[in-house]
Design a protein around this ligand. Sequence first.
Ligand SMILES: Nc1ncnc2c1ncn2[C@@H]1O[C@H](COP(=O)(O)OP(=O)(O)OP(=O)(O)O)[C@@H](O)[C@H]1O
Length: 519
Amino acid sequence: MAVAPPGKLNVDEFTVWGSRSVDCFEKLEQIGEGTYGQVFMAREIATGEIVALKRIRMDNEREGFPITALREIKLLKKLNHANVIKLKEIVTSTGSDDDGQGNTDGNKHRGSIYMVFEYMDHDLTGLSDRPGMRFTIPQIKCYMKQLLTGLHYCHVNLVLHRDIKGSNLLIDNEGTLKLADFGLARSFSHDQSANLTNRVITLWYRPPELLLGATKYGAAVDMWSVGCIFAELLYGKPILSGKTEPEQLNKIYELCGSPDEVNWPGVSKMPWYNQFKPSRSMKRRLREVFRHFDRHALDLLDKMLTLDPSQRISASAALSAEYFWADPLPCDPKSLPRYESSHEFQTKKKRQQQRQNEEMAKKHKMQHPGQHTRLPPIQDTGSATRRWAAQNHPINASQNTTVVPAALGHHHHHHNSGPTRFHHQVTTNPNGGYNANPNPNHGSQAGAGGGYNRGGLYPQQGPGLYTGNIIPAAAPPPPQMSHPGAVAYPFHPPNYPQSNQLGPPNPGSSRDQQYGWPQ
Ligand SMILES: Nc1ncnc2c1ncn2[C@@H]1O[C@H](COP(=O)(O)OP(=O)(O)OP(=O)(O)O)[C@@H](O)[C@H]1O
């Protein structure tokens, strides 16, 4: 460490976290709305550096500083890897906060705490929701490789992420992908002796063991989510989009087969197995449904979406999968096209605006059938700060307008990755790897059909300290499969245009429903 001249201590090295005010930053625009509060793009006034400010919501003063934020800060301070978001600093405000557009939040005299992160141009959901966006195969491989590398690093450092989903995978214009949002993350031990809550991971990405009530689990929970993301990247839209926990399990069974003692030894002892036992066994259809996927991709996906967590592939084994070593190879992140910034929050807003416009146009047409029906486009005047951001953003205005979707012929075959296989960039605790058996059990069972036993509502929370009304008192009865053999997974080419989905629901898992110490 360089020694600063007397009286001129190096501020970067000696700043005490939390000692600086948020006034050191100018908020430019809101880029995210999370359970914690808002996320803003901001500029550090002294240096001009662009950062992301995540405001920690302190709605319930009596409960003090949110435990999820404490966990996120503690874990992120410990993690240091190119594929994990970097927490730079914590800053505070003493009065009511404005949102960068001059609106204050009525948080008078309470003050706020902000986490300062390196700024990332996109999240994966925002990026893939861009109209006409299609990822190339080398691009998908590149993102998957980085996702697995970051996750492998977390797992060897005994950190479970527990909320892997597109909006938590941030991507910058250098093509680097980083894992973000460690608000549900926690440390774990290999012996899986601790009781953990099973109300984690956004429903669409939640593995069967959590849906069946497991409270002892490990890194395999994150790998299921990675499998869902992988399939989503190849398929073009989410593959398991249940609205309730029972429906989610049913969708998993329809695709991956129903669990039994053959394909998942011990499953019948899972806390909620009996409530959700399908009345007839269902056979695994993953290879049939996604038969048009590339052979190596399908092999890897099969191993990720393995029902039995002890047989599910680990991040390190996945990185060695043939998929990443077969042509076309993963591209170099730096060779990826640069896109105008896209966060899920903004793409959602744009879609809402577009829908409103369409509704207005429809109404207008009905009211004035004879008239010219085209309405003038709604002007997006943008705030002064947004204009500033556009002009001063690392990618200048002209680049901003030349969005080059990968589909327009940019195939980045990167053939010089050398003879050696990928080296996982693990910088600490290198001996902390965990076992995983990459051999999936395909779990096929004779006969079609299924559906849940009609036997009651989703079970109450297992051990864990969520004392609030996590589970709706009157959850809808589990859906019956009306056409068990005819689950529609029409094949679409990679990156089938996104539907108008507004993102996955997160019943039961999210921090808005936490009332205690999540385990
Ligand atoms: N460092 C960053 N750079 C750019 N955008 C970011 C950054 N961190 C977060 N965002 C944006 O803000 C969104 C919400 O952030 P984050 O997930 O950390 O908040 P949260 O309150 O935990 O949200 P959730 O309730 O959805 O889990 C992200 O999806 C992303 O679009």
